[in-house]
Unconditional design. Structure first.
Length: 157
């Protein structure tokens, strides 16, 4: 209740105030004035609102509205699933010497295309890298089957 009888400072600025007086005054006004969070209000605009006698004087120009940032979708890097499957199915040596470098090359090219803002090329690199990985995995599987056939042939013959 004691705040009701407290003298209120005028919104008018006195003759030649110091910079510190103006800053302190503006900060006090900012604390008392409720401004929506998504509106940017300059100190000059704030003083104009306080000093305005009519609503027309208050809004000489519309305050800038903050733009909401677009949500960013985080996804697994290209080849993530292929590497997980290959790591499970292949030997460590085959995985490290043949299959992992294929995916590493694809990721390097893919990231470079995205850095250059070339999304179409990034998609093409991803498809080409997947095909290269599958071809390499097929060759590894064919080689493994071939070795198995030779072993069986030797045992039989």
């Amino acid at each position: 209740m004691g705040d009701v009888n407290r003298p209120v400072r005028s919104a008018r600025v006195m003759d030649e105030p110091s910079i510190e007086d103006v800053r302190r005054y503006v900060m006090e006004l900012r604390e008392r004035l409720v401004v929506p969070q998504n509106i940017i209000v300059s100190n000059e605009q704030l003083l104009r609102w306080i000093d305005a006698d009519t609503p027309d004087e208050m809004f000489h120009r519309e305050p800038k509205r903050l733009q909401q940032p677009e949500p960013v979708r985080v996804s697994a890097p290209p080849g993530h699933t292929l590497l997980a499957i290959a790591e499970f199915l292949c030997s460590e040596r085959t995985f490290d010497e043949i299959l992992r470098p294929t995916i590493d090359d694809m990721r390097r090219e893919y990231n470079q295309a995205l850095a250059d803002d070339r999304r179409a090329k990034a998609k093409w690199v991803r498809m080409r890298g997947t095909w290269s990985f599958l071809a390499a995995a097929g060759m590894v599987a064919f080689g493994s089957v071939g070795k198995l056939v030779v072993r069986v042939w030797r045992l039989i013959g």
